[in-house]
Write a protein that binds this ligand. Structure first.
Ligand SMILES: NC(=O)c1ccc[n+]([C@@H]2O[C@H](COP(=O)([O-])OP(=O)(O)OC[C@H]3O[C@@H](n4cnc5c(N)ncnc54)[C@H](O)[C@@H]3O)[C@@H](O)[C@H]2O)c1
Length: 248
């Protein structure tokens, strides 16, 4: 995998952690593609403009990451247009919180479908390309709650535990072809996803973080960029917690 001109795909790249990852992986001469599932194109267009300002070719497309037909079609398009795929970051994710006794099967299934099945579908499609290339890097975005569980997040925490296991299996299956698979497990990061948390609850969460503050999308993106870089050439199958010490 060459350092210059990498072709990168980030799922859920329109805003939040995904946008920061797109920007952290932007290098002159490279390509950063992302998808999203926002109701409108506003955030996606802003991300494309930010990427172009960094001198990369950028494109964003709206489709559901758990739809195999659209995922395969988009990865085919990238390979046809740019010749290869060097990096996949599976960042797209949703929450639909409820206490377990009140959670509907639909809530459970939808979160599993986007977070876990979506990650599997993208990994599978990208792995076929990367195995042929004999090189590539996949980073999955899990969560600390995949390790710890969390009240109100039976669906989400189970999906993220699944993402961690998928990461390790992918790492074992793809290592011989030069493809590394790792994950980050963010703690409490300031994005649209956490904006709805009442300030009282957020303050308690922050008080439990040894580094004394909630995280920024860039805190996660820098670790993803490291995992995709040659500096991480001897890392695979790892889950790096990016949580200010919340989980250790
Ligand atoms: N914010 C946090 O505190 C936190 C903590 C741990 C893990 N995470 C994980 O980080 C990732 C990004 O979270 P965020 O806080 O930036 O969220 P966000 O809500 O700000 O952004 C989510 C992104 O995913 C996209 N997306 C949602 N559903 C999709 C679908 N079906 N298909 C394609 N794209 C879809 C959205 O369009 C958007 O681009 C998620 O996987 C999330 O679970 C976030």
């Amino acid at each position: 995998m060459s350092e210059q001109g990498r072709v990168v795909l980030v799922t859920g790249g329109s805003r939040g952690i995904g946008r920061a990852i797109c920007l952290a992986l932007a290098e002159p001469g490279g390509v950063v593609a992302f998808n999203h599932f926002d109701p409108d194109e506003q955030a996606a267009q802003a991300t494309v403009a930010m990427l172009q300002a960094k001198g990369v070719k950028a494109e964003g497309r709206k489709f559901d990451v758990s739809d195999p037909a659209q995922v395969n079609e988009y990865i085919d398009h990238l390979v046809n247009a740019y010749g290869r795929l060097d990096v996949l970051v599976n960042n797209a994710g949703i929450t639909q919180d409820a206490l377990m006794v009140r959670m509907s099967l639909e809530q459970f299934e939808r979160v599993l479908k986007v977070n876990l099945i979506g990650t599997f579908v993208c990994m599978q499609a990208a792995a076929k390309v990367m195995m042929k290339q004999r090189g590539g890097s996949i980073v999955n975005v899990a969560s600390v709650v995949g390790q710890t569980g969390n009240v109100g997040q039976a669906n989400y925490s189970a999906s993220k535990a699944g993402v961690m296991a998928l990461t390790k299996t992918g790492a074992k299956e793809l290592a011989a072809r030069g493809v590394r698979v790792n994950a980050v497990a963010p703690g409490f990061i300031e994005t649209d996803m956490t904006a709805a948390i009442p300030e009282k609850v957020a303050a308690v969460m922050r008080a439990n973080i040894p580094l004394g503050r909630s995280g920024l999308p860039e805190d996660v993106a820098d670790v993803v960029a490291f995992l995709c870089s040659p500096a991480a050439r001897y890392l695979t199958g790892q889950v790096l917690h990016v949580s200010g010490g919340l989980y250790m």
